[in-house]
Design a protein around this ligand. Structure first.
Ligand SMILES: NC(=O)c1ccc[n+]([C@@H]2O[C@H](COP(=O)([O-])OP(=O)(O)OC[C@H]3O[C@@H](n4cnc5c(N)ncnc54)[C@H](O)[C@@H]3O)[C@@H](O)[C@H]2O)c1
Length: 326
């Protein structure tokens, strides 16, 4: 049985991926970021956590990365700082976690002879679409320090393939949503505000469009990359090839939640003009060709499942909907 290290397993996508891998019979070592509360993030409440080996630590530490990957066959590297607004305030920490963290994982994988590494990129590296749908040859545009740090991390991953033949693939998810996502993201922000009784929704720009993916689809797309030898050194978009504006997404959520609310533009939620990514739509041809993977959750079904999860009071109380989360 393969032993898989998932970094960022305490987080939104990482916790779902660690659970799905466990359900699929893999032995999972789940890396949660060390903190003095001994919190394992979303794995604290996961019934599957007892079947995983959980380690707490930090990808910024090369010694730690080398030690935890000693007995591992495959690494899914998801640990990152990901909030765009926070990257305006603390860009150095993004370089340390996202770039140096990725370097440490690559070096540890090389020294420990890991058979496959999946490094997680993001559609944010493309910036506003210059053409659609966006394939893997689309130019990279660093419209935020977050995006810049992921572009650099991706380049580090590619360099380890070119220079040292590290068997690494760059998986590039488009916007992902679902249970457990941070309220800094637009869909949880809308749902938690409505669920907490807001009559006026405070939101940023409603015009941008996104290629939204339900978290289960994103995780299954990750898993479809396992054991594929035709993707080494390659970048693969993980997206649905469908596009919806934030405005239409809000309308769908309001209808599904059956609430009467108005929308107010909140200045602090607007990104600087050149930093806002106005359009993202994924060309997922390469993913389909290389793995045969097909997305299966429609936006309506995914939003419905997400609303059900967030409106459970046990889940809702973990969110601070009355503040602007960055
Ligand atoms: N959510 C999306 O829409 C989306 C889209 C594209 C790509 N991604 C990528 O997917 C990955 C996971 O994102 P997410 O949405 O689950 O975010 P998240 O913030 O929920 O998860 C990231 C996890 O990384 C951990 N982490 C941060 N710094 C660390 C450190 N120094 N050492 C160890 N762990 C550390 C955090 O504790 C956190 O749980 C990231 O690499 C992100 O760039 C996310």
């Amino acid at each position: 049985m393969k032993k898989i290290l998932v970094t960022g397993a305490d987080g939104f996508i990482g916790s779902h991926l660690a659970e799905l891998l466990t359900q699929n019979g893999f032995q999972v070592k789940a890396l949660c970021q060390y903190n003095s509360f001994n919190s394992w993030g979303w794995l604290d409440t996961s019934p599957l956590a007892k079947e995983m080996e959980i380690v707490s630590g930090d990808v910024r530490d090369p010694f730690f990365c080398k030690t935890i990957s000693k007995d591992i066959d495959v690494i899914f590297h998801l640990a990152a700082l990901i909030a765009i607004p926070f990257s305006y305030h603390a860009p150095q920490s993004y370089v340390e976690t996202n770039v140096t963290g990725t370097l440490n994982i690559c070096q540890a994988a090389l020294e420990n002879d890991i058979s496959q590494v999946i490094h997680t990129s993001t559609s944010e590296v493309y910036g506003t679409a210059q053409y659609v749908p966006i394939d893997e040859n689309h130019p990279l545009q660093a419209q935020s320090p977050y995006s810049a740090s992921k572009i650099a991390a991706d380049a580090m991953a590619v360099s380890y393939f070119n220079a040292f033949q590290l068997p690494i693939t760059i998986a590039r998810p488009f916007n992902t949503y679902g249970p457990r996502q941070s309220a800094r993201a637009v869909i949880p922000s809308i749902i938690t505000q409505i669920a907490n009784g807001a009559e006026v929704l405070k939101l940023g720009d409603l015009a941008p469009t996104r290629d939204f993916n339900y978290v289960e689809d994103t995780c299954n797309a990750f898993i479809s990359l396992l054991n594929k030898t035709n993707i080494l050194g390659e970048t693969i978009n993980l997206g649905s090839n469908s596009e919806i504006s934030i405005s239409d997404t809000v309308k769908k959520i309001i209808t599904l939640m059956n609430k009467n609310v108005t929308i107010e533009q909140d200045e602090q939620r607007l990104r600087p003009k050149n930093s806002e990514v106005f359009r993202l739509l994924c060309d997922n041809t390469k993913l389909k060709e290389k793995t045969g993977f097909e997305h299966s959750v429609t936006i309506d079904a995914g939003l419905q499942k997400t609303i059900e999860w967030f409106t459970n009071p046990d889940n809702l109380r973990q969110y601070k909907a009355n503040i602007y989360n960055i």
